[in-house]
Design a protein around this ligand. Structure first.
Ligand code: AMP
Length: 208
C-alpha cells in the first residue's frame, strides 16, 4: 500500500506523471479536477461555475467526492492524489481520512506554465493530454492519434484570467500548505521520461 500526492502548478505535468506512475505501481490515479469535470447535474453546474473562472471549488465539496472515490476497489494498493490537497485546510482534512507516504512537488516556472497551458489539447474519449508547444504533440493538430476524434481545449486553459488566477492560488494557497509537510521537489522542466525516472528514484528511497 502506497499513498502519494503529486503537487505542482498547472501545466507541470503532474497529471501525465501520475498516470504513468500509477500504472507502473498498480495503484489508482485520482485527479480531483478530472472527477469534477466528469461530474453531472447540480454538482457539475456548481463545479463549472468555479472551474471556468479559475477559482477553487469549495473544499467541503471536494473532500466528499474524494471520500467516495477512495472507497473504490482500485485504491486497495494505494493511490496518487493529483490536484489534492491544494490548501492547508484540505491537507488537514486528508490527514483524517488517509495516510500519505510521500508528497512530490513537480516544479516549473510561471512562464513555462502559461506556455504549456495554452498548448494543451485533450481527448475527452481517451483521456489523453496532448501539447502542441511541448509534447506529446498529436500527429494532426486537433485530432486524437488513438480514436481520431476532435481534440478540445479546457475552458480554463483558454481564459487568460483563469490561468493567472490558478497560478496565483498555487503560490498563495498551495505553496504555503507544502511548507507544513515534508516533500520532495522534482524539476518539471525536463523531458517526460526524465521526470518519471526522478520520481521512481524518489520512490526507491522510500523502500530503504
Ligand atoms: P486541475 O484539473 O487539477 O487543473 O483542476 C481544475 C480545476 O478544478 C481547478 O482549477 C479547480 O477549480 C478545481 N479543483 C480541482 N481540484 C481541486 C481541489 N483540490 N480543491 C478545489 N478545487 C479543485
Amino acid at each position: 500500500m502506497v499513498n502519494l500526492i503529486f503537487v505542482g502548478p498547472q501545466g507541470s505535468g503532474k497529471g501525465t506523471q501520475a498516470k504513468i506512475i500509477a500504472k507502473k505501481l498498480g495503484i489508482a490515479h485520482i485527479s480531483t479536477g478530472d472527477l469534477l469535470r466528469a461530474s453531472t447535474g447540480k454538482l457539475k453546474k456548481l463545479a463549472d461555475s468555479y472551474i471556468h473562472k479559475g477559482n477553487l471549488v469549495p473544499s467541503k465539496v471536494i473532500i466528499e467526492i474524494l471520500k467516495q472515490r477512495i472507497k473504490n476497489p482500485d485504491c486497495k494498493n494505494g493511490s496518487i492524489l493529483d490536484g489534492f490537497p491544494r490548501t492547508l485546510e484540505q491537507a488537514e482534512d486528508l490527514e483524517k481520512i488517509a495516510k500519505t507516504d510521500l508528497i512530490l512537488e513537480i516544479n516549473i516556472s510561471d512562464k513555462t506554465a502559461i506556455k504549456r497551458l495554452k498548448g494543451r489539447w485533450n481527448c475527452k474519449k481517451c483521456n489523453i493530454a496532448y501539447n502542441i508547444v511541448t509534447c506529446p504533440k498529436p500527429k494532426k493538430i486537433d485530432v486524437c492519434d488513438v480514436c481520431g476524434l476532435k481534440l478540445h481545449q479546457r475552458e480554463d486553459d483558454v481564459n487568460e484570467d483563469a490561468i493567472k488566477k490558478r497560478l496565483k492560488i498555487y503560490h498563495e494557497d498551495t505553496k504555503p500548505m507544502l511548507k507544513k509537510y515534508p516533500y520532495v521537489k522534482i524539476n518539471g522542466e525536463q523531458s517526460i521520461e526524465k521526470i518519471t525516472r526522478d520520481i521512481l528514484d524518489e520512490l526507491e528511497k522510500l523502500k530503504k
